[in-house]
Design a protein around this ligand. Sequence first.
Ligand code: DP6
Length: 322
Amino acid sequence: MRATAQAQPNIALIKYWGKRNVVLNLPAVDSLSVTLDALWTRTSVMFDERLQRDEFFLNEQVRPAMLSRVSQCLDSLPGWTGSRPFARVDSVCNFPVAAGLASSASAFAALVVAACSAAGVELEQLSQARLAGRASGSAARSLYGGFVELTAGDEFIDLHQLAEPSDWPLSVVVAVTETGPKAVGSGEAMQRSAETSPFYQNWLDKQGGDLDIARRAVADRDFASLAAIAEHNCLKMHSVMWASRPPLVYWNSVTMACMETIRRLQAIGHSVFFTIDAGPQLKAVCLPESEGAVIEALAATPGVRQIMTGGLGAGAHLMDSA
Ligand code: DP6
């Protein structure tokens, strides 16, 4: 009745922004991501008949605000007859939470894998990904390693691994510009964009074309093509956000300075591009030979608080169960 799983966050190169079904948490658009190896969430789940309620600890601290999403995710496991036993969930995360570093992706991917094992529920990877995706859309992608495509349907999502981490070993350098939680959570922000942004429909209409280009770039290992479409897709998502009312501006001045740094590196021939999610951190994706220069340049950018770096990694997996 106790199991521990690890999952790593994933970074979308073609973004998920918007939901077609809020209740089922089905994304409005397809997306493509890379799963990281250096950042992780490790989660233990223990179902215990003696508990009076679910308990959730993050980095050894009680986190009441996050408990209801954890409980809902546990409720969604198939096979409960009547009421389920309550669980104690202990999560440890080696990077800042809720600051636009995809912590909910690794959190729910690890939770689903650990909870299924602790509950004795045997599910294939895709079914686990669908459960994780119901809790947080991006979490579904963290069930898979390397390059991952998520296809959003009207009733469920599908996932495919496009390439293994070793097929195209890219490096990812994260520049942390702020460690506090984001002002508006992505679920609420997506809803606001759908309701108020004049660019939202265009975003939906163009996503398939962007994804085709990115998929082909991954198949051909064409870095320049992937770089161009990923930056374009990221800036388009942020344009949708900026034009929402009230506006959703997740960047700070250091985020902008980091973008300038990437532009300078590109101008002197480095194979690197940036992407930014619903937070102020900048993620630089580069070929391994440029990693040293990217780390050095981002670390020297005034205001950058921390640099985290690594390669591409595996999908969520069980660590132990008893
Ligand atoms: C900007 O997966 O956090 O990171 O489904 O509401 O939990 P919910 O949203 P979430 O959104 C991620 C948005 C993004 C882009 C992406 O990861 O594709």
